[in-house]
Design a protein around this ligand. Structure first.
Ligand SMILES: [Zn+2]
Length: 221
């Protein structure tokens, strides 16, 4: 073993060898030649085999390709960042001091990190500008960026609030996320349409309940 005590485990006979091999390749210069989509296709073929299917039959032949493409779209948020999305689209606007801007009913599609099944719903956001406002289209794009990663709804809500609080430097931010989780609907919790609601408040929304009430009224919640 080397003096820093680190030891690489290159497959130990318990079936994890391939995962370590892939992790090793990602960690090394081979990354440049690494094709994540091809690896996902291979993984989907393994799943098909292991549930007792024949990945070579007609209907399944292109399934690994489709699934890899789908993950590429549904998880594109890993390749995005808030600063690039905002792209300096911050404006000086005459607006009443302490007044809020509400962006309600933002549809999102996310994927639960526990089961890799979709959850969908609406996000409702408000902020109280300090001196600048952000372009209207940017807030739904920020919601999308965090939604298109493996998520739990609680963290999704917090990450949206933190990003807006950090990048808009507002007096306050509130985020309410509603979500319907297909993992709950499909797996025994037979309550279809059950709605989970999560909230995150920053700044003035934390200390002033009247602002929260006003937000709920304006957002129609
Ligand atoms: Zn789940």
């Amino acid at each position: 073993m080397s003096s820093n005590g680190k030891q690489h485990t290159n497959g130990n006979g318990n079936g994890h060898g391939r995962i370590y091999e892939i992790a090793e390749r990602i960690a090394t210069a081979e990354f440049a030649a690494f094709d994540p989509k091809a690896e996902i296709e291979e993984a989907v073929r393994l799943i098909l085999l292991n549930v007792g299917e024949d990945p070579e039959r007609d209907g399944l032949l292109r399934t690994p390709h489709r699934v890899a493409k789908m993950y590429d779209e549904l998880l594109e948020g890993y390749r995005q960042d808030v600063a690039t999305i905002i792209n300096n689209a911050m404006f000086d606007v005459e607006y009443g001091e302490g007044e809020m801007i509400v962006v309600a009913n933002i549809d999102y599609t996310s994927m639960c990190e526990h089961h890799m099944l979709p959850f969908t719903g609406k996000a409702h956001v408000a902020y109280i500008p300090r001196d600048k406002v952000v372009g209207l289209s940017k807030i739904p794009r920020i919601v999308d960026m965090f939604a298109r990663r493996l998520q739990v709804q609680e963290r999704l809500t917090n990450e949206i609030a933190n990003a807006l609080h950090e990048h808009l430097n507002p007096l306050g931010v509130i985020v309410v996320v509603e979500g319907q989780h297909s993992c709950a609907a499909l797996r025994g919790v037979k309550k279809h349409g059950v709605n989970m609601i999560t909230t995150a408040k920053r700044g003035d929304f934390r200390t002033n309940p009247a602002l929260v009430q006003e937000f709920y009224r304006l957002a129609g919640l």
